[in-house]
Design a protein around this ligand. Sequence first.
Ligand code: ZN
Length: 595
Amino acid sequence: MVRIRTRQVEKWEVLLVHDEGIWNGVERTAFISRETLAMQCPTLERESSLYLNEHSALCARLSAGSLIEMCDAVAERRIRNGFAVIRPPGHHAEPKQSMGFCLYNNVAVASRWLQNKYKDGPNKVQKILILDWDVHHGNGTQLAFDEDPSVLYMSLHRHDGGDFYPGGPFGSMHSVGRGAGAGYSVNVPWPSKGMGDGDYLHAFQRIIMPIAYEYAPDMVIISAGFDAAAGDPLGECFVSPAGYAHMTQMLNALADGRLIVALEGGYEVNAIAHSAVAVAKVLLGGVPSELPAGTACGPIAANTCRQVAQVQSKYWRSIPREHEAADASMDEDLPKVELRELVRHWRTHHLWNSYGYSDVPLPEVGIPRPSLVRLPASQTQVMCNKDLFEKSWEAVILFAHDMGNLRVGQQDIQTEKTVGATSYLIDSTFALYDRAREKNYAVVDVNFFGSFPIGLTEQKGLQPQATANAATTLSALATQTNEELLYTWDNLIDVCDTENIILVGYGQACHAITNLVEHRSVRGRTKAVVQIMGMSTLPLAPRDDVDTKRWYYRNSKVICPQHHPFFAWGGQKRACKRLGRVERSSELALMASFS
Ligand SMILES: [Zn+2]
């Protein structure tokens, strides 16, 4: 191991990336008294997250200059790779604006410098990969190369739907670079906190490394913030030192081993130290320590990666396109039938033939519709035994559910199977109808189809994260489904001559069941409430009325997926208390619980 000498960056070098105004502005701070700086600081802190004293300019020059020295040594192959332990960090500093603790963009300046000096020859550095694993998006770096295909910028960061620093749509998965640089910015934007080794490794294997190999950079620079490390108070993620080591190992395989690690953010000094040592060991030829068995990607990260792959498949052959995404605006002029319309007709037919259920017309329930929001006509379908009121039943089940998952198959070139032949709908509702028939139970089936556009991507913590308009649509849809279930209760269940009622909610429809329990006196004849949750938001137990709450705890059973994020962050005991009597189950068990 050798130490590379530090030096100060020169003005012309900074100007490779930044405006002259940035250089002048930073330089000037050295000549301003500490008192005057302190007076200006609150504004800078508030507006740009910048914290300065009279030494800041020198530190910024040393930080950028030293990284250049190290890059030079690696490019020339005097050393194989290097770790630049530098501060202040740089990746938030934009060409025309310093911000976010960053004055000069060290990595961007060093990249331009390398491209300038090593234009050709055996050591040429034309294509550079910048991998930014700081928990924040490196807006400055991406902006510096946004239209430039000679620098591939890839970042994994918390985005939280645009609410996490630096915020906004820049850094979303759709922010892919512009003009000639389109496709040369690759963002993996986590929608929430809590990401760990399994999530990062999955993103590396699915997105980062395939694209990196296809790009084949001459040099790799890691913007290595350690604020996604376990224990960091700002990042709230769980990457371990071993996790960082494995990512380094993968990147080390590129560019003939010419790899430079440049320190960026990180706010827990022990976490930084342990992570940095693990990374340095790999640079020195060590093997990363083993990750524990069971290290795996969680559902939220898997979903993010799937969506990023969909976006990037347009630019990279190494990222296979899963299937043609439906885009109604493109198929505007073509005749089309909505899939749920097909499913609806098929269900009507099948439930009539196999179970003797008939369609019950559901009137437009009177809900005031917000004028700004265009709600589609309700698709909800109610079916029940055709002799619901004539026969005497052991019990009546009110079963509210959304539609099953659609599995869209791949077109298989070898067997010439088309997508249609390999796609299917999972409809696990039949198990309940079979069981009901066996036991002489009647069923009132309320199928909300896909009325719930709440997906994991829209989740921030557990709150649906949406723009004001989308939020209005969501709440209008929720009101509509609630009203439809109340109508069904009033007109089919409440007037039924039975002493035993069972309420079953499935997926997002659980919310409507909870609403029903709160708004109708269901307690007398209802013997049980079964709520089978999906991976989206979970309805809490009724809270307002003490008797209802007590009754709900005694008579309900809530079945949740084992890996729902609610439990990861809520602490199981406390979390369960707010939901009711919870049983956590694997997805398979969830299917089985129907029978
Ligand atoms: Zn950071």
